[in-house]
Design a protein around this ligand. Structure first.
Ligand code: NAP
Length: 252
């Protein structure tokens, strides 16, 4: 049987990287994207190949909607070259950046950057990739715990994540006729490079967030990749249009 193929944006580092490897461990091949860290992306490809799966890294800036038609062409070519296939099975809209600014101080440029990366990008990227996504496939949009609870400094970021949660339900409604299930995973605070590595590297922030978490610590990438990989497994095919928070129980 043909292996499933997942396309993960921002697969070079952090949660996307961890998800790519967890999917490969479950027998899924991966197309991962990177924006700037080509060497990191190549290292993920090599790690997946060591697991006996196939992987390809393709450059993508999710903030540049004008580049999406060319990206779709590159994905189509990669599918043909590496898999002799026309379609992939799972899309994980993961790529993202953290910008920390109080509501009162957030500039239009910061707002636009967050909107482009976290809302407009995933909206039109998914649209551009629809012809390449198999009927019966799946989409996971990555949101954030910050769309449910409020931590000062994330008004614009969390507003975009709230938007992606609404978009998830609309996509589920409109793509259901093709058998495509669409869900949101909302991670809590995780130790990655995100936001300058603040959760990982700032001991005060780390301790504050750990104290707000029922399981008593902040998350690590290994807490998330498996959630994404298992949600994409066939056992979970009837889960649709849901927001699933993976935060260890933050701000209950
Ligand atoms: P990360 O470690 O900083 O990794 C970010 C990834 O996104 C990298 O692969 C990066 O590519 C890519 N990327 C960044 N800007 C991009 C752009 N404009 N176009 C295309 N790719 C871009 O971050 P992370 O923690 O894994 O975050 C992944 C997702 O989880 C994001 O959507 C974030 O909002 C969400 N999230 C994170 C946390 C957390 O605490 N870490 C919590 C909740 C939600 P390069 O390596 O090439 O730069």
């Amino acid at each position: 049987m043909n292996p499933k193929i997942a396309l993960i944006t921002g697969g070079s580092r952090g949660l996307g990287r961890n998800s790519a490897i967890k999917l490969a461990q479950r027998g899924v091949d991966v197309i991962l994207t990177y924006r700037s860290q080509q060497a990191e992306a190549a290292a993920v490809v090599a790690e997946i190949e060591q697991l006996g799966r196939r992987a390809v890294a393709v450059p993508l800036d999710v903030a540049q909607v004008g580049g999406f038609p060319a990206f779709a062409v590159a994905v189509k070519a990669a599918l043909k070259t590496h898999w002799q296939r026309e379609r992939f099975d799972y899309l994980v809209n993961n790529a993202g950046i953290g910008v920390h600014a109080a509501f009162a101080d957030t500039s239009e440029a910061q707002f636009d950057q967050l909107m482009n990366v976290h809302l407009k990008g995933p909206f039109f990227l998914t649209q551009a990739l629809l012809p390449l996504l198999a009927d019966g496939g799946r989409i996971i949009n990555i949101s954030s715990g910050l769309a449910r609870f409020a931590v000062p400094g994330y008004a614009a970021y969390a507003a975009m994540k709230g938007g992606i949660e609404v978009l998830t339900r609309y996509q589920a409604k409109e793509l259901g006729s093709r058998g495509i299930a669409v869900n949101t995973i909302a991670p809590g605070a995780i130790e990655t490079d995100f936001g300058g590595g603040m959760v990982r590297d700032n001991a005060e922030v780390n301790a504050f967030l750990a104290a707000q978490t029922a399981l008593g610590r902040v998350g690590v990438p290994d807490d998330i990749g498996g959630v994404i990989a298992s949600l994409l497994a066939d056992d979970n095919r009837w889960i649709n249009a849901q927001r699933i928070e993976a935060s260890g129980g933050m701000f209950l």
